[in-house]
Design a protein around this ligand. Structure first.
Ligand code: FA5
Length: 343
């Protein structure tokens, strides 16, 4: 075979390969066709075996013809691979197309947990009366939770609230009253604050939960009397439970208030006749209150000769149970949607 015949054969091979590649349906087919021409045992290589029989000056021409043939096949192979990739992309886009005209799935709007709703209502009532919100930590020191509130160490009054201790000094606050002390130590007088938050006690039955919420109220000014406390609470009860709601003040004891009173609201479950929820008394206790003990004022650097004040601590769950007609406190914490969706 001379160099001319070789060139013609290479050209013919290139045309065949280019035509076959143009028809290759898949990537694998294109690769197989390319290898059958350009592979080590492919047809081009096979043809080039004649190279050694050619005259020296013809070998260069044969090499050029072989390169042109290889380039034509490589070019056709790459073009086909690009075309296949584009076809695949188009098919994927067609198959996975998102119909943006379809209506969206409705989002379920939530009103927030019923306890949070009630807490917000309580805050709003006291804000109307001119109280502002102050907050304190849930991990509290023995000093703020007990000592500064006139609970001396080893005093039996500490047993009134079963405490979760973290170590000798730190505990989970058992009430929001430590915020009273923090506020009295840092705010300018007169003070009128409420302090909502979570509190913890080792306590559990249908009206007691180990984690519950209180809203603390504190008012310190000149000439504050027990009458101001009673008027504030009466107004609160009517705003919260409706006009004419009966409240009852019972003498009580808290180390940090003197005199002290626990405040009950008429039971809405039995309308005062007596039931399981109110322990057959017709009343449900919602808060503890009293006039701030002069010792507590002094411990916070306030002159008890000039200033007096009242404080109260309201149980948010108790208020929520009354307002929403829930007869077991544990329902608030079970996260059962059938319960929560009613509110
Ligand atoms: C106190 O916690 C006092 N710090 C309240 C106070 C503040 C008195 C300011 C004087 C001045 P007591 O332990 O009674 O008091 O709790 C107050 C209210 O929290 C109760 O009336 C009740 O409504 C609620 N409460 C108490 N324990 C629980 C509990 N385990 N689960 C749910 N609510 C509770």
């Amino acid at each position: 075979m001379n160099v001319e015949e070789l060139s013609n054969k290479l050209e013919a091979l290139a045309s065949l390969a280019v035509a076959a590649l143009a028809e290759a349906p898949r990537r694998e087919d294109a690769i197989q066709i390319k290898n059958s021409y350009l592979g080590r045992k492919g047809q081009v290589q096979d043809l080039m075996k004649v190279l050694r029989d050619l005259a020296h000056e013809d070998r260069r021409l044969a090499g050029q013809a072989s390169n042109a043939c290889k380039q034509a096949i490589e070019g056709a192979f790459e073009a086909r691979m690009r075309a296949i990739a584009e076809q695949e992309l188009e098919r994927k886009m067609r198959e996975e197309a998102v119909d943006i005209t379809l209506p969206a799935r409705p989002l379920q709007a939530s009103m927030g947990h019923p306890l949070r709703q009630i807490e917000q209502e309580l805050i709003a009532i006291f804000e109307e009366m001119g109280f502002e919100v102050a907050e304190g930590p849930e991990i509290e020191s023995d000093y703020f939770n007990f000592e500064a509130l006139n609970f001396p160490p080893d005093h039996p009054a500490r047993d009134m609230q079963d405490t979760f201790m973290l170590d000798d000094e730190r505990l989970l606050r058992t009430h929001t009253s430590p915020v009273q002390v923090r506020t009295m130590q840092s705010y300018e007088l007169p003070i009128r604050v409420i302090s909502p938050g979570r509190v913890y006690r080792c306590d559990s039955d249908i009206t007691h939960s180990p984690v519950f919420h209180q809203v603390e109220g504190l008012l310190v000014d000149e000439h504050v009397t027990f009458g101001d406390l009673k008027g504030t609470l009466q107004h609160f009860a009517e705003r919260c439970f409706g006009e004419g709601t009966p409240i009852r003040l019972r003498p009580s004891f808290f180390p940090f208030t003197e005199p002290s009173a626990e405040v009950d609201v008429g039971c809405i479950f039995c309308r005062g006749e007596g039931c399981r929820v109110c322990s057959h008394s017709g009343w449900i206790e919602i808060l503890g209150s009293g006039m701030i003990d002069p010792n507590v004022l002094s411990a916070s650097g306030i002159d008890p000769q000039r200033y007096s004040g009242f404080a109260f601590g309201l149980g948010v769950e108790r208020v929520a149970m009354l307002k929403l007609g829930v007869n077991d406190i544990r329902l608030f914490y079970e996260n059962d949607l059938r319960f929560l969706e009613q509110f």
